[in-house]
Write a new protein. Structure first.
Length: 372
């Protein structure tokens, strides 16, 4: 009964607030945060359908379930579609044996997912919010990530994907806005992926689901409805571990992932208009393993680097990028590496606009690094 009450209370809390926030209403807070920049695809990829982010994720899982009879989708409330509707319609199509609800116990979800994968099936587990993945932390980093290594490659729990909504959403506050990617980037044996939009989300999620390594797929929840693109209907995959150069430039390298990519693309336009500075904008895409080659090549060309992410600055993944670039590109740097990130506080509620690394904070960093 306690678990049932928690489920009902959680849904009542989220339905009017976070679901509505994901629509990115035209409030000063959201409108000043980012402008979405949609991707396009080549005509060679065939027919496309207009999908938002949660619909493209749903489409990817639909394809995975249809093409792999061993695949199963499970998590809290996924049977009726989930809080963000990512699994809507899948249980009706594939049945309760393949798409089903779990108890409200993230550690149990992770342990069950590992067992499913070890047993030879494909596990697609949803953590309702990335903030609540921490009770499952031990199972993920001590069991899933190490399973192949501890058995000398005799056994593994590949074909295991954890999906989790992450990042700022408008007014999610401290328990529904976190970006915990850096915690997992410290763990060999995992792959950590964050898409910037529907086209990337579908291809990357299918790659994760079919990967022979356990993957964590973080979904920027503010993009669920605000990110809309013409997504290929076909079954396709996109490479894990490869960054995307979205805009080429010769003055400053800007690196981000997820929602922050769109902030940096807007900042790049402002810098061009107001400072005549040409920025190279890179979406890291994959946190682990990350694409060092693309990053090093860009920084050697521009001589300046700004890294921006929503997570707190101390020990955020930007620190790892900065350290690696300092070693490989030291003689090419024209200025110290700048990080524009969240602050070292719990994620605030009404002060979210001051916490987020918005375009103006990033623009100030460009002026600082160009004037060094």
């Amino acid at each position: 009964m306690a678990l049932l009450n928690r489920s009902v209370s959680l849904f009542r809390l989220l339905k009017p607030s976070l679901l509505g926030a994901c629509q990115v209403k035209a409030t000063p807070t959201r409108s000043s945060h980012f402008t979405y920049h949609p991707d396009t695809v080549a005509d060679s990829l065939g027919d496309t359908t207009r999908l938002n982010l949660f619909q493209s994720i749903n489409n990817a899982m639909d394809i995975a379930l249809a093409t792999d009879d061993t695949s199963v989708v499970f998590g809290e409330d996924v049977g009726f579609g989930g809080v963000f509707r990512c699994t809507v319609g899948l249980q009706d199509k594939y049945g309760k044996d393949r798409v089903f609800n779990t108890p409200l116990c993230e550690q149990g979800i992770a342990g069950f997912a590992i067992g499913v994968a070890v047993g030879g099936s494909t596990a697609i587990a949803e953590m309702q919010f990335a903030d609540y993945i921490f009770p499952a932390f031990d199972q993920i980093v001590n069991e899933a990530a190490k399973y192949r290594y501890r058995s000398g490659n005799m056994f593994d729990c590949g074909k295991l994907t954890f999906r989790a909504p992450c990042g700022a959403v408008g007014h999610g506050a401290l328990y529904h806005s976190q970006s915990p990617e850096a915690y997992f980037a410290h763990t060999p044996g995992l792959k950590v992926v964050i898409p910037r939009g529907p086209i990337k989300a579908k291809g990357l999620l299918l790659s994760c689901i079919r990967s022979d390594d356990p993957c964590i797929f973080f979904e920027p929840k503010v993009l669920y409805r605000s990110a809309v693109e013409m997504v290929p209907d076909k079954d396709y995959e996109m490479p894990i571990g490869k960054a995307d150069v979205l805009e080429e430039g010769e003055d400053v390298t800007l690196i981000g992932w997820g929602t922050q990519v769109h902030v940096l693309r807007e900042v790049s336009q402002i810098a061009k208009q107001q400072l005549n500075v040409n920025c190279e904008v890179i979406d890291l895409v994959t946190i682990l393993p990350w694409d060092t080659e693309t990053i090093f090549e860009s920084v050697k060309k521009t001589g300046r680097l700004i890294i921006s992410h929503e997570a707190p600055i101390t020990n955020g993944f930007g620190a790892e990028i900065a350290a690696a670039v300092q070693v490989e590109c030291f003689l090419n740097l024209e200025a110290p590496i700048e990080r524009v990130c969240g602050f070292d506080t719990p994620f605030p509620h009404i002060f979210e606009p001051f916490y987020l690394p918005d375009k103006w904070r990033c623009f100030d960093a460009i002026k600082k690094i160009m004037n060094y």
